[in-house]
Design a binder for this molecule. Structure first.
Ligand code: ZN
Length: 347
């Protein structure tokens, strides 16, 4: 049986609840209607004035209305609570979201290796010096006791920058094929004692293959003073190789020939992979060649106007890519310039 005034009350309640835009307002509507002194309570109190039959009908209708209102109030409160969690202001910062990552750059592994070698020699008292990448044939060859008819000076191996037919100078311009010309610049510019390392780019006409690149890096060392002997060369390089490849690294010197040193020696280190036992990397020998060295040739000192009767020195040079390949376990030199950035990000 419908009861017009109760239907109107229910509509009024529904409207009040819909108008409540947050949990606190909806709670207030709920207690105004359903609380101990609320409007529906007052309707119950008025039942006393009715006859038993009317009371029964009216009582049930009021109770139905109360239950409907309570259910509606709960639904509204739930809806407002979940909306409140979602509807953050548009400019709000959610501190729980992952941040925007900034990709940091890093030194190329070749330069990391070069820095490491430079720092090892810095501890041994060698300062870093640099020379030009564009050189003259005099500094690249002749001053280092390499005659211009030496195979190393042939255009087949060297990037010349000028045309020999047009050149009227007593020398030619070229991209340096080793870092050794820097030795000469340093010896000309200062007098002994000299202790320097020269890291830098060098250029050869070699096509790229697994162990060659036309542009690569060397690190050159030079020490000149009174009384410098081959024992100093061996001592410095033995310490440096232990620093570079590990404390157990052994060093071996093999007689060799370079025009700018006399005597000259190739330097091997005990294989970094098998520790001397023999493996495919060292071709079963237990040794790996890492650098060339020797006592500075007296003629080279004379070119630099340093008296070879008074002073002596040693020099050494290594390929940075070769050292990096051994230390990092990279099998092909081309990986350093061709590989995906993820390859380089390993180091
Ligand atoms: Zn080995």
């Amino acid at each position: 049986m419908s009861d017009p005034d109760l239907t109107a009350l229910q509509s009024e309640f529904t409207a009040a609840l819909a108008a409540a835009k947050d949990g606190a307002s909806a709670d207030r509507v709920k207690s105004d209607w359903l609380g101990r002194t609320g409007r529906l309570r007052k309707l119950t109190e008025e039942l006393g004035k009715l006859s038993p039959d009317q009371k029964k009908i009216r009582g049930k209708a009021i109770n139905d209305l109360k239950l409907a209102c309570e259910a509606a109030a709960e639904d509204r409160l739930k809806a407002l609570a979940s909306n409140g969690a979602k509807a953050a202001p548009a400019d709000a910062i959610d501190v729980t979201l992952p941040g925007t990552s900034t990709k940091l750059g890093r030194r190329h592994p070749i330069y990391q290796t070069m820095d490491e070698i430079r720092e090892i020699f810095a501890k041994l008292g060698f300062e870093a010096a640099y020379g030009p990448e564009i050189e003259t044939s005099y500094y690249n060859f002749e001053a280092l006791n390499i005659p211009l008819d030496h195979p190393a000076a042939e255009p087949f191996d060297t990037w010349y920058l000028d045309d020999p037919e047009v050149a009227s100078r007593p020398y030619r311009f070229l991209l340096r094929s080793h870092t050794s010309p820097a030795q000469m610049h340093i010896m000309e510019a200062r007098k002994p004692p000299i202790r320097v390392v020269v890291p830098g780019k060098v250029f050869r006409t070699d096509p790229a293959d697994a162990s060659h690149l036309p542009v690569f890096h060397q690190l050159e060392g030079l020490m000149v003073d009174e009384g410098v002997s081959f024992a100093d060369l061996k001592g410095v390089l033995a310490i440096a190789m232990k620093e570079l490849f590990g404390a157990k690294t052994e060093t071996r010197f093999r007689p060799s020939y370079f025009p700018f040193t006399e005597p000259s020696a190739e330097v091997d280190v005990s294989c970094v992979l098998c520790a001397g036992a023999g493996c495919s990397a060292c071709k079963g020998s237990g040794w790996i060649e890492v650098l060339g060295s020797g006592m500075v040739h007296p003629k080279v000192l004379e070119y630099a106007k340093i008296d070879p009767e008074k002073y002596s020195g040693f020099a050494f040079g290594m390929g940075v890519e070769r050292i990096a390949m051994l230390k990092l376990g990279v099998p092909d030199i081309r990986h350093f310039i061709r590989s995906h950035p993820l390859f380089l990000r390993q180091w």
